[in-house]
Design a protein around this ligand. Structure first.
Ligand code: DGL
Length: 254
């Protein structure tokens, strides 16, 4: 049995990497919907439909015993549908990001940067509330960050200008922590840190490994790793090699 990991594109590989590094013998299969990325500018109905189609393919065709939605946009909108649909545990990434922020923020002023769809869903606000975390939250959509990462544009002057302009509204407003509320954004972390220095920059990848431990799945298998994508992407391979190394990529048709 394997752990299934789903994202709209390449960003979920940041989560894949953190789980794969912590559990080297865990069998893992990744699904990136590269034909339809980005999800973050789509309606809740479309996000649920796309997520369900892709994860159903994973559940129906591969022996997976749990699924991680390594996509904040899908976690914000489709988690409940997937819980109802599948008989295996399904884990989202929002809780892990919130736990990380609660741990590191001292002045309790936190910015959440994410896709339009994640921000609109208020999923982060809801989890902060559920955890009774007394934190001021500022939310900012960053719609250009996912296309940059999908094109493997992760540094240089143009990227820095886009990141600087996008993050202007949360600069100098007294936050001490930024949550990267999209699994693509850790790839841009060094640019974000340059543009807004002296803040904690957190994401879901630290705490997701604890959540995986709680799934009680077999972590000691053969360490088989596989990646499926729904369309060719010229940038996918180069970024995949940087993030997770030499893992076979198969293009599939849904
Ligand atoms: N990695 C997805 C997320 O965490 C990207 C969303 C998108 O496809 O726009 O939200």
């Amino acid at each position: 049995m394997a752990l299934g990991i789903f994202d709209s594109g390449i960003g979920g590989l940041t989560v894949f990497k953190s789980i794969a590094t912590r559990f080297p013998k865990l069998d893992m299969i990744y699904f990136g919907d590269t034909a339809r990325v980005p999800y973050g500018n789509k309606s809740p109905e479309t996000i649920v439909r796309y997520t369900l189609e892709c994860t159903k393919h994973l559940v129906d065709n591969y022996k997976i015993d749990a699924l991680v939605l390594a996509c904040n946009t899908a976690s914000s909108h489709a988690l409940k549908t997937l819980h109802d649909e599948f008989h295996i545990p399904v884990l989202g990434v929002i809780d892990a990001g919130v736990k990380n922020a609660v741990d590191v923020s001292s002045n309790r002023k936190v910015a959440v940067i994410a896709t339009h769809a994640t921000i609109k869903s208020k999923s982060y606000n809801k989890v902060f509330q559920l955890m009774n975390a007394d934190i001021d939250i500022v939310s900012l959509p960053c719609p250009l960050f996912v296309p940059l990462v999908e094109e493997a544009l992760i540094d240089g002057d143009m990227v820095e200008t886009i990141v600087r302009e996008t993050l202007k509204p949360i600069k100098n407003i007294g936050i001490d922590t930024i949550i990267l509320g999209c699994t693509h954004y850790p790839v841009l972390k060094s640019v974000i840190a340059k543009v807004i220095p002296n803040v904690n920059i957190v994401d879901s990848t630290t705490y997701i490994v604890t959540d995986v431990l709680d799934l009680n799945i077999n972590l000691e298998e053969s360490g088989v790793r596989k990646i499926l994508i729904t369309d060719e992407s010229h940038a996918f391979n180069s970024l995949k090699n940087i993030l997770v190394g030499d893992i076979d990529v198969e293009v599939i048709k849904l």
